[in-house]
Design a binder for this molecule. Sequence first.
Ligand SMILES: [Zn+2]
Length: 92
Amino acid sequence: MKLPRVIKGYCPRCNSHQELEIERVKSRPRSEMRAGQRRFRRALKGYGGFPRPKPHGEKPTRRINIRFRCRSCGKAHHRPTIRAKTLELVEV
Ligand SMILES: [Zn+2]
């Protein structure tokens, strides 16, 4: 999927349409101190195997998180994720 690097859109902070830069949200390494990761580590301890069922197959597309950063105020906001195999940001 191709998306422009800059779009015109609504900025909730400016409460108006502004130029928004599209950034891809990169996944960060999981922090061992987060509550969910601590719960997961606890579930792996002792008897009993992996706490979740094994994933079957692979989905044809992945959810892609994109962030919209306003050019005038610098604040970023999110919209519901999109599904795509690949994401390409292009200059228009
Ligand atoms: Zn703004």
